[in-house]
Design a protein around this ligand. Structure first.
Ligand code: FAD
Ligand code: FES
Ligand code: FES
Length: 471
C-alpha cells in the first residue's frame, strides 16, 4: 500500500447492521458518530477516558471464539472502528425486554440521574459474558465507570447479583471468531487514515510520509485530539500488523508485540512475575486496558509512565525496525531524554522481550493521589535474586517520576550486590538514591517528597521480602 493507494469507505458492523462511511473526518470520535446517528445512550462525560459514560463493546478474538470488550468510544477515532463489530446500549434490550445487566441495575437501584448508567450497563454486560467466568460478576470490571449520584453500593450489588450469561444470541455470538481486521485506506477532509498489515508496509508509509503519525490503542493520542485540539494529516494504525500483535512465550523469553493490548498480555501470559500482576490493576481502568498497548506506553516516553519501571526491573529489551534494519537495546538505555527514545524518525517499535527465568522476587509500587485509575507521582519496579549463600546476586530498582526519564537506580543496585538483604543494606541503598536521583518538583509532588517516596518504597520492598521469607 502506498500514499496513492485507492481510498475506500469505512465499513463496520454496528448493533448487528453494516455501516459504511465516506465523509467523516479521521478524528471524529466513535462517540460523536454514534450520537449523531441518534444512538445517544453513550454519553460524553470527560472525553478523556476517565468516566466511562461513553462505554460500548467491541467483539474481540478470544481463543477460538470471541469476547465482548468494553471500550471508551470517546477514545476511538471512527476509522479505528473499521472491520470491527460494535454494540451500543441500544442493542441490548430486544423486543422491549431488558438484558440481565439492565434488569440487575434496575432491581438494585443502581441508577439515579441515569447519565452514567448506559456505560455501567455495557461494562457489566461485557463482564457477564466474559468467557470462562464463574460465580458472580467481578465489580472491578466497573473500575472505569464513574457515578456521581447513586453511590457505588447498589451498582456493586447489581454486579454481584449477576450469574452465568444466559443462553441466547449474545452467548451464541461468542462461539464464533471476531471479524478479521483488514487493511484500511480512508481519506476525508484532506486527511488520511491508513491501516497496513505488515511491518514492511508500515515502514514504507513512514518513509514516504514523514508527517504520518502512528496510532496503536489511541488512548494517548485521542486525548491529545479531544482535549488539546491536535490534528494530524495522516494516522497509521498498527492494529492489523500481525507481527506487532504476537505474544510468544518460550523457555528463554517472553516476547510481547508492541500492539498487544494490556489485557491481552494478562490473558496470554501463563506465569507472569508477581510485579506484573500488581502492575496491571493499577494501570488506568479495564476499558483503557482493552485498548492501551505497551508499545504506545513506552513510546510516549513519559517520565511517569508505568510500563518502563516494571519492564526495566525485569531486564526487558526493546526491539524496533526502520531504514537501518532491526535494532534492539536494553530498555534501561532506551530513553535518551525527556520524552525521547532511541527510535529515529520513520522507525517503528515492534516488541518488548523479557528474559526468562524471571527474578526470584519482584514487586511493582505506584504512589498516586488515588489508589487506582490515576497518574503516578512515583512508580517503582523492583526485583532481586540471591545466590545459594543468601547474598544478593542481582538487584533491580527502577523508577518513574524521579527524573526526566524513567531509570534504573544503578548506584543503589550496586550498593547492595553481594550483601544480605537486611536493614543496613537497605539504608545503604537509600543513601545511594539520595546521592543520585534528581527528581523534579511539580503539582504532583516536590523533589523532596519524590525522593522520600522512592526511599520508602525500597524499604517496603525489604519488608515484603522479610514477610514472604517468614511465611
Ligand atoms: C484515563 C487514562 C488513564 C491512563 N492511565 C495510565 C496509567 O495508569 N499508567 C500509564 O502509564 N499510562 C496511563 N495512561 C496513558 C496511556 O493510556 C498509556 O500510555 C497507553 O499505554 C498508551 O498506549 P496506546 O496504545 O493507547 O498509545 P497511542 O495513543 O496509540 O500512542 C501513544 C504514542 O506512541 C506512539 N506509538 C504507539 N505505538 C507505537 C509503535 N509501535 N512504534 C512507535 N510509536 C508508537 C504514537 O505515535 C503516540 O505518539 C492513561 C491514559 C488515560 C486516557
Ligand atoms: S466520555 Fe468519559 S470516558 Fe469517554
Ligand atoms: S446515576 Fe447519576 S451519574 Fe450515575
Amino acid at each position: 500500500m502506498n500514499a496513492s493507494a485507492a481510498c475506500t469507505p469505512l465499513r463496520f458492523l454496528l448493533n448487528g447492521r453494516p455501516v459504511s462511511i465516506e465523509s467523516s473526518s479521521i478524528q471524529t470520535t466513535l462517540l460523536d458518530f454514534l450520537r449523531d446517528r441518534g444512538l445517544t445512550g453513550a454519553k460524553e462525560g470527560c472525553a478523556e477516558g476517565e468516566c466511562g459514560a461513553c462505554t460500548v463493546v467491541l467483539v474481540a478474538g478470544d481463543g477460538s471464539g470471541s469476547a465482548y470488550r468494553a471500550v471508551n468510544s470517546c477514545l476511538l477515532f471512527l476509522p479505528m472502528a473499521a472491520g470491527h463489530e460494535i454494540y451500543t446500549v441500544e442493542s441490548l434490550a430486544a423486543q422491549g425486554k431488558l438484558t440481565e445487566a439492565q434488569q440487575a441495575m434496575a432491581a438494585a437501584g443502581g441508577s439515579q440521574c441515569g447519565y452514567c448508567t448506559p456505560g455501567f450497563v455495557m461494562s457489566l454486560f461485557a463482564e457477564q459474558y466474559r468467557p470462562g467466568r464463574l460465580g458472580p460478576c467481578d465489580p472491578e470490571a466497573l473500575g472505569g465507570n464513574l457515578c456521581r449520584c447513586t453511590g457505588y453500593r447498589p451498582i456493586r450489588d447489581a454486579a454481584l447479583a449477576l450469574g452465568a450469561a444466559p443462553e441466547g444470541p449474545w452467548r451464541d455470538r461468542l462461539a464464533k471468531p471476531a471479524p478479521p481486521l483488514e487493511s484500511v485506506e480512508y481519506e476525508s477532509e484532506g486527511a488520511r487514515f491508513t491501516r497496513p498489515t505488515t511491518v514492511a508496509e508500515c515502514l514504507g508509509i513512514l518513509a514516504a510520509d514523514p508527517q504520518a503519525r502512528l496510532i496503536a490503542g489511541g488512548t494517548d493520542l485521542a486525548v491529545e485530539s479531544n482535549l488539546h485540539g491536535r490534528r494530524w494529516g495522516r494516522l497509521v494504525s498498527l492494529e492489523a500488523i500481525a507481527e506487532l500483535r504476537e505474544f510468544r512465550e518460550t523457555e528463554d523469553s517472553v516476547r510481547i508485540g508492541a500492539a498487544v493490548t494490556l489485557n491481552e498480555i494478562a490473558a496470554r501470559w501463563n506465569a507472569p512475575p508477581e510485579s506484573f500482576r500488581q502492575w496491571l490493576p493499577l494501570f488506568a481502568s479495564p476499558p483503557l486496558r482493552n485498548r492501551a498497548t505497551l508499545g504506545g506506553n513506552l513510546m510516549t516516553a513519559s517520565p511517569i509512565g508505568d510500563g518502563a519501571p516494571l519492564l526495566m526491573a525485569l531486564d526487558a529489551v526493546a526491539h524496533w525496525a526502520g531504514a537501518r534494519g532491526r535494532r534492539t537495546a536494553p530498555l534501561a538505555e532506551f530513553f535518551t531524554g525527556y520524552r525521547r527514545t532511541a527510535l529515529e524518525a520513520g522507525e517503528l517499535f515492534t516488541a518488548i522481550e523479557i528474559p526468562r527465568p524471571g527474578p526470584a522476587f519482584s514487586r511493582f509500587y505506584k504512589v498516586a493521589k488515588r489508589r487506582v485509575d490515576d497518574i503516578s507521582t512515583v512508580a517503582a519496579g523492583m526485583a532481586m535474586d540471591w545466590d545459594s549463600a543468601g547474598r544478593i546476586a542481582r538487584a533491580r530498582f527502577a523508577f518513574g517520576g524521579v527524573a526526566a526519564v524513567p531509570l534504573r537506580a544503578t548506584a543503589a543496585e550496586e550498593a547492595v550486590l553481594g550483601e544480605r538483604w537486611n536493614e543496613s543494606t537497605v539504608r545503604r541503598a537509600q543513601a545511594a538514591l539520595a546521592r543520585t536521583l534528581e527528581p523534579i518538583s511539580d503539582h504532583r509532588g516536590s523533589a523532596e517528597y519524590r525522593l522520600a517516596v522512592a526511599q520508602s518504597l525500597l524499604e517496603k520492598f525489604w519488608w515484603e521480602r522479610r514477610e514472604e521469607a517468614a511465611a
